[in-house]
Write a protein that binds this ligand. Structure first.
Ligand code: 5GP
Length: 236
């Protein structure tokens, strides 16, 4: 598959056209950012670690009947994905209070959220990804009621599948972010599911196994990503 011109370059991934208009090439770069891009670094192997875990999670979802954009992985850092019409929403599922929830609301870090809480942010860097509600999503024509219902349904299914899988590996799925896209009227999970887009805590020690290590400068993020990737991907 030939990598043609660059279509889009985000904070950690670049998207290229391919010879097949129905498919894109997504390259996971070694860049890492936090705090709206204010903290930035380039860390060797970060791209391949996130590409590997993301591809692995998409595979698990597909096995569970959840449609994702993944077509196939082609090398350490790149995958071929369906060319979707992306919906500019960040659909976040929270099982345990952490991050912006704790910062913005009177809830203590570590409080279990049962049933899980879905929070939806507008993927719009110029406005710093503000939180939306259903009425705003419809007023801004970001999704129809049917599409929103379907995205929430899929997000909770993804949560069930990943929570169960990670739980068996001694990891709590605290929260994660999904992005969705449409093709021929069908909604697919797009973007990535990696240590950059989720919070993972070791069940025994409570240690962070995700991008919070970088956000808070708790230690070497690549060592952490390596360890967690092995725990996620290793055969049972
Ligand atoms: P929070 O709202 O607490 O900052 O984030 C909740 C969850 O969604 C975390 O797992 C976080 O990594 C993920 N998340 C939220 N916004 C973004 C984003 O813009 N990019 C990525 N990669 N993940 C995000």
């Amino acid at each position: 598959m030939k990598q043609l011109d660059l279509l889009y370059s985000g904070k950690a991934k670049s998207v290229y056209r391919t010879e097949n208009p129905g498919e894109l090439l997504i390259k996971f770069r070694d860049d890492i950012t936090a705090f709206d891009g204010q903290k930035k670094d380039t860390l060797a192997e970060k791209g391949s670690l996130n590409a590997g875990v993301s591809t692995f999670f998409f595979g698990i979802l597909e096995k569970n009947g959840i449609k994702t954009h993944l077509v196939r992985k082609i090398d350490d850092t790149s995958l071929i994905a369906r060319n979707l019409n992306m919906i500019p929403l960040e659909v976040i599922v929270r099982n345990i209070a952490a991050g912006s929830l704790v910062k913005n609301y009177p809830v203590e870090k570590g409080t279990p959220l049962n049933p899980p809480v879905i929070v939806i942010d507008f993927k719009d860097d110029t406005h710093h990804d503000p939180m939306l509600n259903d009425d705003l999503i419809f007023a801004l024509k970001l999704a129809t009621p049917d599409e929103l219902r379907e995205m929430k349904r899929i997000a909770l299914r993804v949560n069930d599948v990943l929570q169960e899988y990670l739980g068996r590996r001694g990891i709590d799925l605290v929260d994660f972010k999904l992005e969705f896209g449409k093709k021929d009227g069908v909604i697919y999970v797009g973007d990535e599911i990696s240590m950059d887009s989720m919070r993972l805590w070791d069940k025994k020690t409570g240690e962070s196994l995700d991008k919070d290590v970088y956000r808070t400068g708790q230690g070497d993020v690549i060592t952490c990503y390596h360890r967690v990737a092995i725990r996620i991907i290793a055969e049972e």
